[in-house]
Design a protein around this ligand. Structure first.
Ligand SMILES: [Zn+2]
Length: 346
């Protein structure tokens, strides 16, 4: 895939096109930005652009090198990732790298090591990697892929060039979904707004019928009297399958909470729209196809109640990663919503 086909990261592709042409490559990079915006794809395309025998600073996708890189079997490109069933990159994964960097490239001018999930490296692995970065071996490029920079050690960050990836604009995601899938426009519109600029998430949401799930959740929470425990039980039974791992449950619950968050954010938009009228520039509704339910709920909730619910949801989202009992977290948040949702309370 030529650099021009990579979506919405022109600042990154322009930079690499120039540095590859000028032969000014760094010995280590961190590609950072949320999941699903093209970091891994770019690591691959960047490797092709360096090794391509047809083009000087871009991939051709046809030469022997490009084809092997595409199929993950080029001898000078090493992928390092978390082993299945493990939560972190461990020292053994990095020791392999430490050993291989000392060897000469098999057939090229460079060796490239691409470390996926570099923000999930344990202490020992980080220290081991640091040693390699402190004495960068010649002809070696190490690319760390990290959704977040925060967990990466300062000493590692300071030895790498940091390349920040941007969220993909909504209209570009919408175009991609229309091009690739035969989905209706309101569904595509909702998913491209909900995925927060991640094309990877957009694909998952579509595959997981999340538009339909959101519709169901909105219908359940937009009734005036919520039976909190019944609702919590329904959500647990419908959306959190017992066969899922804790990690999968967390992710599913995070998405459910985001649906609810967007619903209450829409209520605020309706409130503000009522106060200022149509003249002011007010953000569009996330759930535009639920406008009647939104107007109804905005009628019986005060702005303060809505803000309190939003704050509670944000708090719960923060605690998902630390909480072992997801079911309890579901019950807690619905109890709070039901309490704040009560029309009698003002
Ligand atoms: Zn090529």
């Amino acid at each position: 895939m030529p650099f021009t086909d990579i979506l919405a990261q022109d600042h990154v592709t322009d930079h690499f096109r120039k540095t590859i042409a000028a032969n000014h490559l760094s010995h280590a990079y961190i590609f950072t930005g949320q999941d699903g915006i093209g970091k891994t794809l770019l690591a691959k395309e960047f490797s092709k652009a360096i090794f391509c025998t047809e083009n000087k600073n871009d991939s051709c996708d046809l030469c022997h090198n490009c084809v092997r890189i595409e199929n993950n079997n080029h001898p000078d490109i090493h992928w390092i990732e978390i082993e299945e069933g493990s939560k972190f990159l461990k020292i053994d994964n990095i020791r392999d790298l430490q050993h291989s960097v000392k060897l000469s490239p098999v057939e090229s001018n460079y060796k490239i090591f691409i470390i996926k999930a570099a923000d999930r490296m344990n202490e020992e692995a980080s220290n081991c990697l640091l040693k390699t970065l402190e004495e960068p071996p010649p002809n070696t490029i190490i690319v760390l892929i990290a959704n977040s920079l925060a967990p990466v050690k300062e000493t590692i960050k300071s030895r790498c060039q940091i390349i920040r990836f941007h969220p993909i604009p909504t209209h570009i995601i919408e175009d991609q979904l229309i091009k690739r899938f035969d989905a209706d426009t309101s569904k595509v519109g909702w998913i491209s707004r909900f995925c927060s600029g991640s094309l990877g998430s957009a694909f998952e949401l579509l595959e997981d019928n999340f538009y339909e799930k959101n519709r169901d959740i909105v219908n359940r929470i937009s009734v005036s009297s919520i039976d909190n425990l019944l609702l919590a039980e329904e959500v647990i039974n419908t959306y959190l399958s017992p066969s899922e791992t804790l990690e999968e449950k967390r992710e599913a619950f995070r998405r459910i909470l985001n649906c609810i968050l967007q619903f209450y954010r829409d209520l605020l938009v309706v409130k503000v729209r009522n106060i200022y009228g149509a003249g002011k520039k007010i953000p569009p509704l996330f759930n535009a196809d639920h406008e009647d339910a939104l107007k109804r709920c905005a009628g019986y909730l005060t702005q303060r109640q809505i803000t309190e619910i939003i704050n509670d949801i944000l708090e719960s989202i923060k605690y998902i990663d630390y909480n072992l009992n997801i079911n309890l977290l579901v019950e807690n948040i619905f109890t709070r919503i039901a309490m704040l949702n009560s029309p009698e309370r003002g």
